[in-house]
Write a protein that binds this ligand. Sequence first.
Ligand code: C5P
Length: 233
Amino acid sequence: MNDGPRIVVALDVGSGQEALKLARVLDPRLCRVKVGKELFVAEGPRLVQELAGSGFDVFLDLKFHDIPHTVARTCQAAARLGAWMLTVHALGGRAMLAAARDALEGFDCRPRLVAVTVLTSLTPSDLEELGIAGPLEEAAFGLARLAKACGLDGVVCSPLEAGRLRTALGPEVCLVTPGVRPAGGVVGDDQRRVATPREALAAGADYLVIGRPITRAPDPRAALEAVHREIHS
Ligand code: C5P
């Protein structure tokens, strides 16, 4: 599952120009890149193709959530764009998850399909208001198990949950963790429950999504190389 770079740089910028400027200084041998909603809505599919054409594996993080037919067709459109990894909301339910997974069969380079469970912005009282019973962590684990049962490749999770999820879901499930902060770095942003790259990998993460510590560094390439060294030393 985790051949190639384990670092995924989140290109959380507002324009294709900025994204491509960053991509030019990053190294596809050391990282993959993540395109989220802001950048995709601003720039569209061409940017994904350009990044893929520059040698990067593109994690298209659009968190699809709709009726099964629509999500299945959308996943196929993303696969045709050359995305390496896609996200869907596990809350879309069993039929939607299975339809998304089935829709990707038959692609030569099938994108990995991972599920988002409970958004980290939600609180226990938000879940209660939504009619979801029980502790938040149990809801997240239940959704992760559902994603696995529907044949998805893995889930997005906090590095602090990766160890428990790895134990619960087994070795073959792909764990993608944001909330990663390089050792010795200054956090100084909105991520609170963080782990270093080595801690996240030790807990069982396959891929580390890292944005600002690399993209906002004075020298993004040097910052990427430093994380790469931290992982491989
Ligand atoms: O800049 P930073 O390293 O915090 O970026 C992390 C990336 O991971 C962002 O694109 C953010 O939207 C995403 N993410 C997250 N926490 C989640 C899910 C996704 O930080 N629970």
